[in-house]
Design a protein around this ligand. Sequence first.
Ligand SMILES: Cc1cc2nc3c(=O)[nH]c(=O)nc-3n(C[C@H](O)[C@H](O)[C@H](O)COP(=O)(O)O)c2cc1C
Length: 186
Amino acid sequence: MKITCISGSPNAGGNNEKIIDLICGMLKERGFETAKILLSDMNVQPCTDCGACKKEKVCPIEDDMAEVSRLLETSDGFIVSSPVFFGSVSAQLKALFDRTILLRRNGFLLKGKVGGAVAIGGSRNGGQEFTIQAIHSWMHIHGMIVVGDMSHFGGIAVKPVESDEAGSKTIRDTVNMVCDTLERFK
Ligand SMILES: Cc1cc2nc3c(=O)[nH]c(=O)nc-3n(C[C@H](O)[C@H](O)[C@H](O)COP(=O)(O)O)c2cc1C
């Protein structure tokens, strides 16, 4: 089974990408195949609501979204990590979310996949919970199975993430919840 980790940060090597590396290590130890989508490294433009995905079932924007969609479609689960930007997800991640409307309009292709969320902020109470809710909304609107960290909503951390022990535990717990849930389907 494959779990794809998405980093919504524009910063290569930043807190979200460091945590994605740790998460991929955990997933491999648990026997899952992994893939990464790092938005610092990809060109995903915002949706323009042109309507082509409704009428012709295609997206005319030429960027990296075709590759992202292929990865999403072939995954069984996701861990989505975002920096907190003004109390919510990054613009880069929101652009990816909006562009997945093509997968929804082509027959709910992400339905039934398992998802967990991580939010990393510069402040302790900087809007991580709302950011996670925004990620969960994307998952619910696709009909995914959404899990938290077993006690609350998901991975909630403050940078520098490697020094945030309590936050790192919520991230590990979220990863284990995604794995445990997927293992029920094996
Ligand atoms: C435009 C912008 C807005 C931000 N807004 C918030 C915020 O509302 N709350 C918060 O805790 N941190 C905020 N931050 C800090 C980022 O969440 C923090 O730097 C994050 O950990 C960066 O992750 P990265 O290292 O993976 O890029 C903001 C940073 C930027 C650039």
